[in-house]
Design a protein around this ligand. Structure first.
Ligand code: PAF
Length: 282
């Protein structure tokens, strides 16, 4: 496994591999790799000849006052996780190379980025779609793998790839959870032990809503109340949003069906966590 910082070098490797008929899989990440990322890499390994993981804490997707500076970083551990998953190249560019002085081009998906995380994190998805486009141009992957924990991000990237005719197959991979249900996230490292226990209210409320749905409840107002009551029991939890949306269009729904996704963002102390579940799935 080799770590590459230089954008030209990465681009040459990608182009040469494609010219030789090799299939490239890309797992874009911001590092601090965990089992969720490892599951993406393992799937990428099965689908391609060359597996690249990008590690880049992308400044353009963080708003003012967000956690760009404190975002956890641990390159040594990231190398070990990537190596164990069979990665060929880590691409870890420098921010000054990705966004040199005078940089002025951004990619923006419109409607899909307005609700949910887009409503409270203006500019976030514009930063995500811009950096993902740059990574696609630099690495030339045939396949790119993203986790379904960032549900809206995945929908936005699919939309961008379709709208801009990008020749990349986007694979959404299931959420990986700890044994107690907490969805794996690099930001879980911010939680104190007590907050980590409180954070279980996200997955608990998804499980409780799914049980009510499978028991016949279809009213989104009633299902939403279950989430609000479950999360309301945790003193340090503050809801950012609780939304029931169509799982592909993200259109709001009054009546739930098998295609409804429950998407949540909740602040546990100072840490903002997201989670989701499709009601029709076990
Ligand atoms: O999901 C992430 O880690 C980031 O948003 C991504 C897709 C790597 C873009 O910076």
């Amino acid at each position: 496994m080799k770590t590459i910082e230089c954008m030209d070098e990465m681009q040459s490797i990608g182009q040469e591999a494609r010219a030789n008929g090799k299939k490239i899989a890309l797992v874009p990440t911001m590092g601090y790799l965990h089992r969720g990322h490892a599951s993406l890499m393992e799937e990428g390994r099965k689908r391609a000849d060359l597996l690249v993981v990008s590690i880049f804490v992308n400044p353009t997707q963080f708003g003012v006052g967000e956690d760009f500076d404190s975002y956890p970083r641990d390159m040594e551990n990231d190398r070990a996780v990537a190596e164990a998953a069979g990665v060929d190249y880590i691409f870890a560019p420098r921010a000054v190379d990705m966004y040199p002085s005078g940089y002025q081009t951004y990619v923006n998906v419109e409607e899909l980025t307005l609700p949910l995380c887009g409503a409270n994190r203006p500019g976030h998805f514009r930063g995500v779609t811009t950096v993902v486009t740059k990574l696609f141009n630099l690495i030339a992957p045939n396949v790119a793998l993203f986790g379904r924990k960032d549900y809206q991000q995945l929908a936005v990237i699919r939309q961008m790839v379709a709208d801009l005719n990008m020749q990349v197959e986007v694979i959404g991979m299931p959420i990986v959870r700890d044994a107690d249900g907490l969805a794996m996230s690099s930001r879980n490292s911010y939680l104190s032990p007590a907050e980590r226990v409180s954070a279980l209210c996200l997955s608990r409320s998804i499980r409780t809503v799914k049980a009510a749905f499978h028991g016949g409840e279809r009213s989104v107002a009633a299902l939403k109340k279950i989430v609000i009551d479950t999360i309301g029991k945790e003193a340090c939890a503050v809801i950012d949003y609780v939304e029931f949306r169509h799982c592909t269009t993200l259109a709001p729904m009054d009546r739930a069906d098998e295609q409804t996704v429950l998407a949540l963002a909740v602040k546990i102390g100072k840490t903002r966590l997201i989670d989701n579940g499709i009601l029709g799935e076990e």
